[in-house]
Every structure is written in structure tokens, then in C-alpha cells.
Design a binder for this molecule. Structure first.
Ligand SMILES: Cc1cc2nc3c(=O)[nH]c(=O)nc-3n(C[C@H](O)[C@H](O)[C@H](O)COP(=O)(O)OP(=O)(O)OC[C@H]3O[C@@H](n4cnc5c(N)ncnc54)[C@H](O)[C@@H]3O)c2cc1C
Length: 436
């Protein structure tokens, strides 16, 4: 039958497109749909960095870096600007991994590359501008298909009924598929609600004479931080992380708050003197952290639909690619004879075990960066400076972000090693060469 598939995937970006690629390798007939059209930005705004961990998974899917990233957006230095009081430069070489750099990526291009690759595969039927409006269930409540419509928002086309042995929701953090399947969050860590707003800029001044394209994190204190990431072709994305309650503080619009906050980091203010904002300010007002039930009778969730988190540590793309790998492997076990509910349970647990420690650390960082009063100046100028300019701390931090160490072994608070070494550097007058 023309309308019968092995797997229907709702959502064709990172999680959905990568899953389609993996399933086609497993000889499964896949329908991949997205209500958006490509090229396009993700509907849920994202200002992305990727680490070697994600690049490795992209390589496993057959992508060369040149296909999805721009050479100018290859970042080898990360600057942490501590409330304008000092700057610490982290060289990504310290990661000591197979790739010692990170990338700022243009999601418009990146998502399109993934979608087009999936769409080019013989076993994948890819339909963009085609939205799922409902799911079909049999008398036992088992999901057996979807109702979809081309140009869904306009609602001008007749609905189509499409069937599959498994329907996967890869439709992002506000997943409609999850609601229709009846999936509920089984764990959430939402004590520190945060928001993120960003826009793209051109003609941004250099961070310094010696650094061409660093990624710069400006700790402003008082519940704000700012991130400036190169995207290539002269463009930067500048993001503002803040507490949810501060987005509309004093009745301001989100855009007004964003533009005001950009002025709070002196060096960034300088860089923006002749810069031009080239996109609207977009963002998410409340970014929840948690997991939804990821499998059930005839269905599964993957990517942000399954696991949603604060973007502060930049783990979303890696997690979406990893979950899609785990889901493809669970589907293979199911095809080999395991029951879907058993294979699905293994998938959910496996991904949870791989991500929960990192999520807990990210939430701690949200608390520390946005919900903790800034330390007094003398602490910033001693303990915090010693810590952030310590090469061992820098290495651990970068390896933490790149998922190269157990996240629970990394501490954001000053620990004796960096303090003693920093104190000694000050006493002997030997400043770390990495201190800008
Ligand atoms: C502000 C912000 C900044 C971020 N920064 C980073 C970062 O620096 N690094 C990083 O790794 N991650 C970052 N992330 C996270 C990252 O963007 C997500 O983890 C990633 O996009 C998840 O991919 P996905 O494929 O699961 O979902 P999405 O990218 O959200 O894609 C879901 C797709 O489903 C489609 N869809 C939805 N409903 C339907 C429907 N009914 N029918 C058909 N299609 C549908 C949508 O059109 C969309 O194309 C950030 C997130 C936010 C919010």
C-alpha cells in the first residue's frame, strides 16, 4: 500500500532527519514529514554551538564538516569575560580530543543539509510543508498512523491518513505528538526557570586584536549572561540568557530587554558600536528541563520531544543525535524479535542514563549563573580569577562540555588546586599566558 510505512517520523530536523538516515540503513521504509519547509530556521529558536561529541555522531552519519559548518565559524578560543573585571581565554586545544575545536553553526543551513540528505535516500519519502494534525489509534489504543495535511496552517488541503508499524515524534520541545500519544513528563528539574533570546548580527567588531573568531561568554552578574558565537560569513549570533521572570521586567517587551542587556557587558557594547542586527529577536520565555515517556504501544519520541533542557551547556544537538542512534538500535532489536515495549524501555533507560548527570550539572550552572548573587569584587579578582585562568580547570570545563569526562567529576566552584596554583602565579608574578 502506498500509505503504509515501517516508520513515520514527525519532524525532520536534527532528531528526525538523523533517525531517517539510520533507519534507511536498516532497510526500513520511512516517511519523514515536517510542517515547515527547507531551508528554514527551526520554529523553536536555537543559537547553536557544537562540540566534537556531536561532530563524531555527524561523521557516523556520513557528513564531512565542510558540509554543515563554515570554516570561519571554527572556534579555537573561548573567552570568558567576568563582569568586565578580567577575561580568561580557554584554548580548545586543551580538550585533547580527536577534534580540538568547536563550531558555531547556522541552523538554517545545518538543518537543511540534514533534511536533504535524508530526503535523497531511496527508502525515505520526505514531505515538507506537511503537518501531522492527529494520530490514528486502533481499538486497543495502539498508535497505527497519523492524519496529516499539506500546508497544514492554511488548512486548504484534504487530510491524508498514513499508516506505520511505529510512529515517532521528533517534533521538538513543545511536541504535539507527545500530547497525542498521551506521553507525560516522568522527571523535570524546573526550580530555576530560564529564558534565552537572540538575534544575528553583522559587522560585529573584533573581540581583540589577537583573537579573530572567539566564542565569547560575558558573565554580567545579576541574573544575565551573554554569548557571542561566530556563524561564518561575517555573521554572529548573540544570545542573552536570563531568568524567566526578568524577560518582561517593568512591562518591557522581550526585544527591549534583550537590547538593553547587550549594553551591560562593556566589551560587547564596544564590539556592537557599528554592528547591524539582521534578524528579529527571537527566543524562548520559559525553558523547561526534563524527560517525557519516550515509548508506548506503536509510538516513540526522540530529540527534544523526549528530552528538553536549558541551552546553557549547548548539549541539545548532541543529545538529539545520540537519542536517534539509541532509538535506531532499539528499533533494530524490535525488528529482530524483541517486543517493542521491551526495546522501547531499554531505549528510554539507556538515553536517560547517558544524559541525566549532565542535565543535573547544567541546572546547577543555571542556578549559579542566573540565580546566585554575584560574588564581591575581591572574590572575583582572586578565587574566581585563579579558577578561570587555571589551565587544569579550563581543560576540565571544555572536556565537560565535550562530554569527554563524567560530568559529576566537574565542579564549577573554586577548588583547592586552581586556588593554590593561581595564588602562586600571583605571588611569583607569573600570570598565565592565557589570561587576557
Ligand atoms: C534558545 C536555544 C538555544 C540553543 N542552543 C543550543 C546550542 O548552542 N547547542 C546545542 O547543541 N543545542 C542548542 N539548543 C537545543 C537545540 O536547538 C535542540 O536540542 C534541537 O533543535 C533539537 O532537535 P529536534 O530535531 O529534536 O527538534 P527541533 O529542532 O525543534 O525540530 C522539530 C521539528 O518538528 C517539526 N514539527 C513540529 N510539529 C510538527 C507537526 N505537527 N507536524 C510536522 N512537523 C512538525 C518542526 O517544524 C521542526 O522542524 C538550543 C535551544 C534553544 C531553545
Amino acid at each position: 500500500m502506498d500509505n503504509q510505512y515501517d516508520v513515520i517520523i514527525v519532524g525532520g530536523r536534527i532528531a528526525g532527519a538523523s533517525l531517517a538516515m539510520r533507519l534507511s540503513r536498516q532497510n526500513l521504509k520511512v516517511l519523514l514529514i515536517d510542517r515547515g519547509t527547507f531551508p528554514s530556521w527551526p520554529a523553536v529558536p536555537s543559537s547553536p554551538i557544537i562540540y566534537p561529541s556531536a561532530m563524531r555522531l555527524l561523521e557516523a552519519l556520513g557528513f564531512a564538516e565542510t558540509e554543515y559548518a563554515c570554516p570561519e565559524a571554527k572556534v579555537t578560543q573561548v573567552v570568558m569575560d567576568m563582569m568586565g573585571k578580567f577575561q580568561a581565554t580557554f584554548s580548545t586545544e586543551l580538550m585533547q580530543l580527536d577534534r580540538n575545536y568547536i563550531y558555531g553553526i547556522d541552523r538554517n543551513k545545518f538543518d537543511t543539509v540534514l533534511w536533504e540528505r535524508a530526503a535523497s535516500l531511496p527508502l525515505v519519502t520526505a514531505r515538507d510543508n506537511f503537518g501531522m494534525t492527529d494520530v490514528i489509534k486502533d481499538d486497543n489504543g495502539r498508535v497505527t498512523g497519523i492524519v496529516g495535511r499539506a500546508g497544514e496552517r492554511a488548512g486548504e488541503r484534504a487530510a491524508e491518513r498514513l499508516y506505520a508499524n511505529l510512529v515517532v515524534g521528533a517534533d521538538g520541545r513543545f511536541s504535539q505528538a507527545a500530547r497525542k500519544f498521551g506521553s507525560r513528563p516522568f522527571e523535570e528539574l524546573n526550580d530555576y526557570p530560564s529564558a534565552s533570546f537572540h538575534a544575528e548580527w553583522e559587522n560585529v567588531g573584533r573581540y581583540s586584536e589577537t583573537m579573530q573568531y572567539p566564542a565569547a561568554l560575558f558573565q554580567v552578574g545579576n541574573g544575565y549572561s551573554l554569548l557571542c558565537i561566530p556563524l561564518g560569513n561575517g555573521k554572529y549570533i548573540i544570545a542573552n540568557y536570563l531568568r524567566t521572570a526578568d524577560v518582561n521586567a517593568d512591562g518591557k517587551k522581550a526585544e527591549e530587554t534583550y537590547l538593553e542587556n547587550l549594553q551591560k557587558a562593556p566589551r560587547l557594547r564596544e564590539q556592537l558600536k557599528n554592528a547591524r542586527r539582521v534578524t528579529p529577536v527571537v527566543g524562548v520565555r520559559r525553558i523547561d528541563n526534563g524527560y517525557r515517556q519516550a515509548y508506548g504501544d506503536g509510538w516513540a519520541l526522540v530529540g527534544d520531544a523526549f528530552h528538553y533542557e536549558s541551552p546553557l551547556d549547548g548539549q541539545g544537538i548532541y543529545n538529539a543525535l545520540l537519542a536517534s542512534q539509541f532509538l535506531a538500535e532499539a528499533i533494530a532489536e524490535w525488528q529482530a524479535g524483541k517486543s517493542w515495549l521491551e526495546a522501547g524501555a531499554t531505549y528510554q533507560q539507556r538515553f536517560y542514563d547517558s544524559s541525566i548527570a549532565m542535565l543535573k550539572q547544567t541546572v546547577k550552572r543555571v542556578k549559579q549563573e542566573l540565580y546566585t548573587s554575584p560574588p564581591p569584587d575581591f572574590v572575583v579578582n582572586t578565587l574566581i580569577r585563579w579558577m578561570l585562568t587555571d589551565p587544569v580547570y579550563q581543560q576540565q570545563f571544555l572536556r565537560y562540555l565535550a562530554r569527554a569526562i563524567d560530568p559529576t567529576t566537574f565542579s564549577f566552584a573554586p577548588t583547592p588546586g586552581p586556588i593554590v596554583r593561581g595564588f602562586w602565579r600571583d605571588v611569583t608574578g607569573r600570570r598565565n599566558g592565557r589570561e587576557a
